[in-house]
Design a binder for this molecule. Structure first.
Ligand SMILES: *Cc1c(COP(=O)(O)O)cnc(C)c1O
Length: 492
């Protein structure tokens, strides 16, 4: 399977690239992204056969078997072997029944307790193996709203031929998320706080990725540039697998019969998770619709309901679900490409660049809504939800809680629902404690963790407890104008 570009080809870059080329060098012509040339289709028989496979085998079947990515079997097996480090090596993404028609797919059982591990663990192994084999050195950039950073640092730590520059918004993450990053001690890692928000961090990353002068400077140091964000298709491809897994889990739990449609509800920011769901649907997984959950940064809600994506007069709001505090969502570009082609995608993306806004026409909007619907909720709704569900015995984090609004208000048909839980409660414990006690006290993470553990009999994994006693290694906090210089100092 080869990969092509969302905004068309500039006659300088190759017309098509392999999977390994697309992940080593993720920036495509005109600032576009790489996408698969065509998607393989599975029929119900194929899906039925997946029922007897382990998660790792499903991943191999989908990615190596039918996507035929150009990664040798050994490297791929080692990569998916990293799922053995998850809480339950046989089932890294368990689907838990919460109500008759409501199931939660828990994607946070990996080493950094957020769903970013699902893709970054195997992706990191593949990328560093490729770099080593080719004898090339890479600077991997990661812009994070809080979970990509720890997961990227964890996966690339002490890997030869790799250096990681990780940018996070200072003050925009939880204590646990920040500590997970600034205490990470790999010699090849640089963590930089920036005075700004996630969009600033991600914009800086995208500018560096497409900056010829930066690449030239790196070249003189014999270093190539890549990215760990979901602009990199190497992450997306692993995010297709768990949607298949959710369906197989429901089949095996005898909650659905083969071919029965389900809803997926995805708490969304950069739209990587939702894009994986969309690809799974196109590949034949019986999904009724993908419901997109947002917080008060509800630009995706507006886009999917009205067709216009408008950044004008939009200020990023800091919410209790900070991983979704994003206005410029990268992966909707891949949806636009899939539905409307490269010419129209380039037109719309140019509009977004020039006018801070693009609009679908009414026909395009109805095509988009064949697969998606969307709503959002505020922090109060979110906390009430956490409280209500704990009474029924299920503890969820604030990102997961945003999905419940979609479940309660925009699910039209009487079908089973899978909600994606993207983080463990331990990463956002002050909000969870506020929800449980119905108070507004500003707790420190460590206080909230301990109180929830003792009062609600919830378990805190060691990897979370440990960050509070580890030495702080990365102390750099800078203005966004100084990012390029800080990265240069780091690599030279
Ligand atoms: C990254 C993240 C999201 C958003 O996922 P996207 O794939 O960027 O849409 C949601 N919740 C949590 C906890 C995350 O870390």
């Amino acid at each position: 399977m080869n990969f092509i570009e969302t905004r068309g080809n500039d006659n300088v870059k190759p017309q098509e690239v392999t999977f390994s080329q697309a992940i080593l060098s993720p920036s495509a012509s005109f600032g576009g992204l790489y996408v698969p040339k065509n998607l393989p289709i599975l029929n119900l028989n194929d899906i039925d056969k997946l029922r007897n496979l382990s998660y790792k085998e499903v991943a191999s079947f989908v990615l190596n078997g039918i996507f035929e990515i150009d990664i040798d079997k050994n490297t791929f097996d080692e990569a998916v072997g990293l799922y053995d480090k998850f809480d339950d090596s046989k089932n890294p993404a368990p689907v838990v029944k919460v109500k008759d028609d409501l199931f939660v797919s828990e994607l946070y059982h990996g080493p950094t307790r957020a769903f970013k591990d699902m893709a970054l663990q195997p992706f990191g192994h593949i990328l560093s193996t490729l770099a080593k084999k080719q004898g090339d050195n890479y600077l991997i950039l990661a812009a994070t709203s809080g979970d990509t950073g720890p997961a990227a640092l964890n996966t690339f730590k002490n890997k030869s031929n790799i250096k990681v520059g990780c940018l996070y918004p200072d003050g925009g993450t939880s204590d646990v998320q920040r500590l997970q990053m600034v205490t990470e001690d790999g010699t090849n890692l640089k963590v930089i706080g920036i005075k700004g928000n996630f969009d600033d961090a991600q914009n800086a990353l995208k500018n560096l990725l497409s900056s010829e002068s930066f690449k030239e400077e790196l070249k003189s140091l014999n270093i190539k540039l890549s990215a760990a964000n979901s602009v990199n298709f190497g992450r997306i491809i692993f995010q297709i697998v768990y949607h298949f897994w959710s369906y197989i889990e429901l089949l095996n739990q005898q909650e659905i019969t083969l071919g029965e449609k389900i809803y997926l509800i995805v708490p969304s920011g950069n739209f990587g998770n939702a894009l994986g769901a969309y690809y799974a649907k196109k590949m034949g997984l019986p999904i009724e619709k993908i419901l997109i959950a947002s917080n008060q940064n509800n630009i995706l809600t507006h886009w999917i309901n009205e067709g216009s994506y408008d950044l004008n007069n939009k200020q990023l709001i800091m919410t209790n679900s900070p991983a979704m505090d994003i206005l410029k969502s990268s992966n909707i570009e891949r949806i636009l490409f899939d539905k409307f082609g490269s010419k129209r995608t380039k037109e719309l993306m140019d509009d977004l660049n020039d006018k801070n806004c693009f609009s679908l026409d009414s026909n395009e909007l109805s095509i988009l809504r064949e697969d998606f619907d969307a709503t959002y909720c505020d922090d109060e709704y979110c906390k009430t939800t956490i409280n209500k569900y704990l009474i029924d015995g299920y503890m969820m984090d604030p990102h997961t809680a945003t999905c419940i609004k979609s479940y309660e208000t925009i699910k039209e048909k009487d079908l089973k629902v899978v909600v994606y839980s993207t983080a463990e409660w331990t990463k956002f414990s002050p909000t969870v404690l506020n929800a449980l006690k119905e108070d507004k006290v500003k707790y420190h993470d460590i206080e909230a963790l301990n109180e929830i553990e003792s009062k609600f009999n919830a378990k805190i994994p060691d990897v979370i407890k440990e960050v509070f006693s580890k030495e702080i290694i990365h102390k750099t906090v800078i203005n966004k104008e100084d990012i390029q210089k800080a990265l240069k100092d780091f690599i030279s």
